[in-house]
Write a protein that binds this ligand. Structure first.
Ligand SMILES: Nc1ncnc2c1ncn2[C@@H]1O[C@H](COP(=O)(O)OP(=O)(O)O[C@H]2O[C@H](CO)[C@@H](O)[C@H](O)[C@H]2O)[C@@H](O)[C@H]1O
Length: 477
């Protein structure tokens, strides 16, 4: 089977979050099941630098008014179709935001263009290769399915994956005439969304199957509390909505062979974690002792519950614990953590920024990873934590609920507990969970048991990839 994935990020070429991890890892797991994936991505500067010359597969004299080329290349085992369109994608700044942090004013045009190219490929624009199924990721890829539905690519299956319903790609109604869609595409059953244009919404109504990244999140987004305005639509399409848990790349996240950590370790050599803990203490300027070291690796945002954690620093320090935070995001939250680090020098420390190698060291050396998300479609850092013996302390929402087994008395007794859950996502339950973690950390056998149970849990892509493969197969006549 041939699959075209359309996404705006792919690890290891370009990553701002978990989307890139999934888009980069799933094709490798699908390949083992006989599915050939080509992934269409924008030609951002980092992507163009990574692919070298590549092979020109298709040329556009005018794609939304700009010249563009589709370039084929293989990087890190991934088959890429790169949309080289300098006017849209070669810019100083981020993939979605200008250097000042505001969304690019022409984001609708940039990702409509990417999606139009995806639909053209589905309709046969590339010589010698045409997909059986198209898999669009998030709002940036979503319009591919609308262009397919209202264009010539009819016999090709359409899958829409929602990685985070908070990002919907909503624009003015005024852009509709410039999208190149027929008039019938405007309306409740098309791209119209609360009087504006909704890219993710258009993908959802156009898809043959909709997936999101955990079973619990699939249920949550069908409720008014978590549906972010799309719950009615999702309930209506409920028979086509599936929750498929993300996996992780167990090769690059393998504590027994990870070149980025201070010393490799396994279930029976957990003492090897200490070398990485010493590195964290040095890099963050934390006091060196045996007290529990909590870590955070996250976007610093409201979704991730980081305001609740920032309000809990005094309590965490009073418990005798330490905290190392790696992340960036809302300036107010960054400031709150920096102020907390100033106040609790040696006990709380923050590194504002994005640092993948450091994130590996933190998972390898931290005692527990804090994830107090208000909502979490799947979450990947708890899975990395489980694999690295860094016990997850999580809000019981979305994929966090599906992947961490709470250390209640029964689970501890049975030796199956892998972490600590709390609910609801609020300050008092979070602080109670931190206190529970500190207590449990002092109980060596219980803590080690949790680490080991987490380390044997299987979150490789194989199982999830098989579910995607079955879904694709169900869409092909
Ligand atoms: N400062 C930093 N330095 C280094 N690495 C950092 C970092 N901040 C974050 N990361 C890394 O970025 C990724 C974040 O992935 P998550 O799944 O936790 O969240 P995200 O909200 O981005 O993804 C969305 O999509 C994914 C994929 O489907 C869902 O799991 C998730 O719930 C949903 O919100 C992880 O690989 C993490 O290690």
């Amino acid at each position: 089977m041939k699959l075209l994935a359309v996404a705006s990020e792919i690890h290891p070429l370009l990553k701002t979050g978990g989307l890139a991890d999934v888009v980069g890892a799933l094709p490798l797991a699908l390949a083992r099941l006989g599915i050939e994936t080509q992934t269409l991505i924008p030609g951002y500067p980092a992507v163009m630098a990574a692919i070298g010359k590549g092979v020109k597969r298709h040329r556009y004299a005018s794609l939304f008014g700009e010249t563009a080329t589709v370039i084929g290349a293989t990087v890190a085992g991934l088959n890429l179709l790169v949309l080289d369109c300098p006017a849209f994608f070669i810019r100083a700044g981020g993939p979605y935001d200008d250097p000042a942090g505001n969304g690019w004013a022409d984001n609708w045009r940039r990702f409509a263009a990417l999606s139009q190219v995806g639909a053209d490929i589905a309709a046969g624009s590339l010589k010698g290769w045409r997909p059986d199924v198209v898999h669009a990721h998030d709002w940036q890829g979503a319009m591919t399915l609308a262009y397919m539905r209202f264009g010539p690519a009819h016999a090709v299956g359409k899958v829409m994956t929602i990685h985070n319903l908070a990002f919907q790609g909503r624009f003015d109604a005024g852009i509709f005439p410039f999208l190149g869609l027929p008039a019938e595409a405007w309306g409740m059953d098309g791209v119209e969304y609360y009087g504006g244009t909704g890219f993710l919404k258009a993908g959802i109504v156009s898809a043959d199957a909709i997936t999101t990244v955990s079973p619990t999140y699939a249920r949550e987004i069908c409720t008014p509390e978590d549906g972010m305005g799309l719950d009615g639509l999702l309930v209506g399409r409920g028979d086509r909505l599936h929750g498929i848990l993300n996996g992780i790349d167990i090769e690059s996240w393998n504590p027994s062979s990870d070149p980025l950590i201070a010393r490799p370790f396994g279930r029976r050599t957990l003492s090897g974690r200490k070398a990485s803990r010493r590195i964290i203490e040095q890099r963050f300027g934390l006091e060196q002792d045996e007290s529990p070291l909590f870590i955070v690796i996250s976007r610093l945002t409201w979704q991730k519950g980081m305001d609740m954690l920032a309000a809990s620093l005094d309590q965490l320090v009073q418990q005798g614990a330490r905290l190392a935070v790696l992340g960036s995001g809302d300036h107010a939250l960054e400031g709150a953590f920096l102020a907390g680090a100033e106040k609790h020098r040696g006990r709380v420390a923050v590194h504002i920024g994005y640092d993948e190698p450091l994130s590996h060291v933190m998972q390898a050396g931290g005692n527990a990873i804090l994830i107090p998300s208000r909502f979490e479609p799947c979450g990947l850092t708890q899975l990395y934590g489980l694999r690295y013996g860094c016990v997850p302390v999580v809000a019981r929402v979305g994929g966090l609920a599906d992947t961490v087994i709470d250390a209640n008395v029964a689970a501890l007794g049975a030796g199956v507990a892998t972490g600590i859950q709390f609910h609801p996502p609020a300050i008092a339950p979070l602080q109670a969970a931190i206190a529970r973690a500190v207590q449990l950390h002092a109980d060596r056998p219980a803590w080690t048991g949790m680490q080991r149970a987490g380390m044997v849990a299987d979150f490789s892509w194989q199982r999830s990839a098989a579910l995607y493969a079955a879904l694709y197969a169900s869409l092909v006549p």
